[in-house]
Write a protein that binds this ligand. Sequence first.
Ligand code: HEC
Length: 113
Amino acid sequence: MNAKRHLPTLAATVILTGVLLTTVALATVALAASHEGGKELYTAKCASCHGADGTKALMSKPVKGLKAEAFTKMMQGYKAKTYGGTKKATMEKVAEPLSDADIKALAGHVGTL
Ligand code: HEC
C-alpha cells in the first residue's frame, strides 16, 4: 500500500513542524523575558537616579529615547572606563557588575521609555 510507504515521511513532517514551532515559541519567550527583566533591573538599579520614566537628565540628556545601540556603547564604555563626563565614577560603579545580558535587557527597556 502506498499509504504505508508515506507514513515515515508524514511522521518526520509532524516532528519537524513540532520542533520548529517549539523553537519559535522558545525564542518568543526569551525575547519577552529579557525585556521584562530589563524593566525590573532598571527599576531596581537605575530609576532612583534617572527617574522611573528615564527623563532626568544627569549628563547632556536623559536616558529616555536612547537607541539600543547608543545605550549599549555608553554602558560598555562606563564598564571599560572609556566613556563618561565629570560624574562618570558614579556610572562606572553602576555598570561594573552588569553582564552583557543585563545591558541588553536594559537597552530593551530603555527603548520603551
Ligand atoms: C547613583 C545615581 C545613578 C544610578 C543608580 C544610575 N545612574 Fe546612570 N548616570 C548617573 C550620572 C551622575 C550620570 C552622568 C555620568 C557622567 O558624567 O558620565 C549617568 C549617566 C548615564 C548614562 C549616559 C547618558 C548620556 O547621555 O551620556 C547612561 C546611559 C546611564 N547613566 C544609564 C544608567 C543605567 C542603565 C543605570 C542602571 C543600571 C544607571 N544609569 C544608574 C547616575 C546614576
